[in-house]
Design a protein around this ligand. Structure first.
Ligand SMILES: NC(=O)c1ccc[n+]([C@@H]2O[C@H](COP(=O)([O-])OP(=O)(O)OC[C@H]3O[C@@H](n4cnc5c(N)ncnc54)[C@H](OP(=O)(O)O)[C@@H]3O)[C@@H](O)[C@H]2O)c1
Length: 296
């Protein structure tokens, strides 16, 4: 049984006991003001915790949505491609979990406001995962449009969604914001200027937010994966060039997969709430550093 499901089982047991006691009191002392007060003030039976995952239509986001549902969260899976979101939600339902798909473009104020409106009550967990890279050109010749896209999605998308959902996170009394940045947010590499600038920006947002929220019941966790072999990340980066995308992982024994990162996110998010994993850096064994990859 997972940490969350143990906590939920205990919470439900306590809530049911309270509800039972209140119902019993009603039977034995109907009309008494004391019982009426008890009924009025009895806590509602707590529902399952809710998690929002952005970029849940593929890769790390989809794996995280599935994993969090298995951990006992009601998952709101957000991204632009609803057909892929629907498939993730169907998988979760088939495994006995609960999830709903919400179409959301993190670069749009209106779309993010609709996501916030879809959150039914207090929010326990927000995973800011939507993001990605475009191109591998030097700074000298990099496309301004590609740089803009990377900044819009990775940095401003994280800020926009976090701003919209912070009130619901705070209402939970024990909220968690996860920011999926990257080892590209900690170090630079040639050709990576646009992506490393954006991921450094996203990392700066996570660090700043943690300082600003100190004393309030919302913790901030940054996850920095190294090389993760997902179906779309490199394909998207190289605008559909499958050979170039495959070359990224060529000869690398066991690159990380989406489920490895989802495992890290779930572990951090299910620690007791006073435990704040500030930053978790995770790479495949074959990647000792950004530039040091064993192939062959
Ligand atoms: N793969 C790696 O090696 C690696 C390493 C370190 C960090 N990361 C980070 O991990 C995250 C997930 O990467 P991944 O490997 O899982 O890549 P992926 O499969 O390409 O996933 C990217 C996700 O972001 C969503 N997205 C893109 N633009 C969006 C927008 N405007 N609004 C809402 N959602 C948007 C996409 O969904 P839609 O297109 O349906 O909107 C998709 O679900 C990214 O932030 C990436 O930078 C990846």
């Amino acid at each position: 049984m997972t940490f969350v499901s143990v906590a939920l089982t205990v919470a439900h047991a306590v809530a049911h006991a309270v509800a039972h006691a209140v119902a019993h009191a009603e039977v034995i002392a109907v009309g008494s003001a004391m019982v009426q007060d008890a009924v009025m003030t009895a806590p509602a039976i707590p529902s399952r915790p809710t998690a929002v995952v952005t970029g849940a239509s593929s890769g790390i986001g989809a794996a995280t949505a599935r994993r969090l549902a298995a951990e006992g969260f009601d998952v709101i899976a957000a991204a632009r491609r609803t057909d892929q979101l629907d498939a993730v939600v169907a998988d979760i339902a088939a495994d006995g979990g609960t999830a709903q798909a919400v179409r959301c473009d993190v670069t749009s104020d209106e779309s993010v406001a609709q996501l916030a409106a879809a959150v039914p009550g207090p929010l326990t967990l927000l995973v800011n995962n939507a993001g990605g890279a475009l191109g591998l050109d030097p700074v000298e010749t990099g496309s301004i449009d590609e740089w803009r896209w990377m900044y819009e999605v990775n940095v401003l998308g994280t800020v926009r969604v976090t701003q919209a959902l912070l009130p619901a996170l705070e209402r939970s009394g024990a909220g968690t914001v996860v920011v999926v940045s990257s080892t590209a947010g900690l170090i630079v590499y040639e050709g990576g200027g646009g992506y490393t600038a954006a991921k450094h920006g996203q990392t700066a947002v996570a660090e700043t937010l943690r300082l600003e929220l100190c004393g309030r019941p919302v913790r901030v966790i940054e996850i920095d994966p190294g090389m993760v072999k997902t179906d779309e990340f490199s394909l998207h980066r190289f605008r559909g060039d499958a050979a170039r995308a495959a070359a990224v992982y060529e000869g690398v024994r066991e690159p990380l997969v989406a489920e490895d990162v989802a495992d890290c996110i779930a572990w951090c998010a299910t620690r007791p709430h006073h435990v704040n994993v500030d930053r978790l850096v995770v790479r495949p064994l074959a990647q000792a550093a950004q530039h040091k990859v064993h192939r062959g």
